[in-house]
Design a protein around this ligand. Structure first.
Ligand SMILES: CC(C)(COP(=O)(O)OP(=O)(O)OC[C@H]1O[C@@H](n2cnc3c(N)ncnc32)[C@H](O)[C@@H]1OP(=O)(O)O)[C@@H](O)C(=O)NCCC(=O)NCCS
Length: 167
């Protein structure tokens, strides 16, 4: 993800979450936060193709923590999210990550199913985690250690257009 991508990213963000990240939040992650890695996926491989999804994470020591993840509403259920998540888990695994973690709303069944397909399992319920609704968060973790199931996800192949674009 680059600053130039932010208009498109913010459109997806606002269509995806009741309390979206602000522009400043993305800018901070892009410019200041040294552990942040932000990726977009485009509709096609060309650099100017529209952004259809993004995934933000922190890579700290041997852990990847997913901080934001969304696909444009018109591009959902086509494997874009699966492709993006699978590609990035594979990439950071190669770079030495041994585990991945994220928080998800208990009501977000679509996302939870996707995470479970990559080996994420609930490890904790964080009470009142979401300030907007007071909803609890499910903390999910997956092992990326050699031999764990995440790396075998052949389900990512050939189901989404374009590769995650570096930024
Ligand atoms: C969660 C989210 C990122 C998933 O992205 P996505 O691109 O829709 O996900 P995928 O299509 O890769 O997900 C897999 C689902 O689509 C189905 N699918 C994948 N490829 C498909 C295809 N070619 N045709 C039809 N269905 C397909 C899968 O079977 C799976 O279905 P399931 O939910 O019944 O298991 C997206 O729904 C989103 O942006 N949600 C709003 C924001 C959000 O909740 N983010 C997560 C916060 S924790």
């Amino acid at each position: 993800m680059r600053l130039d991508d932010l208009e498109e990213v913010l459109t997806i963000e606002r269509a995806s979450f009741p309390h979206p990240w602000s522009r400043q939040a993305f800018v901070y992650e892009l410019r200041e936060n040294r552990v942040a890695r932000l990726w977009v996926v485009r509709a096609e491989a060309e650099a100017k193709a529209p952004v259809v999804g993004y995934l933000c994470l922190w890579f700290i020591a041997d852990e990847v923590h997913v901080t934001n993840f969304a696909v444009h509403p018109t591009h959902r259920h086509r494997g874009v999210g699966r492709h993006l998540l699978g590609s990035l888990l594979g990439l950071y695994r190669q770079e030495g990550a041994l585990r991945a973690a994220l928080e998800v709303r208990p009501s977000n069944e679509h996302a939870r199913r996707l995470y479970e397909a990559f080996g994420f399992r609930q490890v904790e319920l964080r009470k009142g985690y979401y300030f907007d609704t007071g909803e609890d968060a499910v903390l999910m973790e997956a092992s990326l250690a050699p031999g764990s199931e995440v790396g075998d996800s052949g389900r990512t192949s050939g189901r989404a257009g374009g590769n995650p674009g570096a930024g």
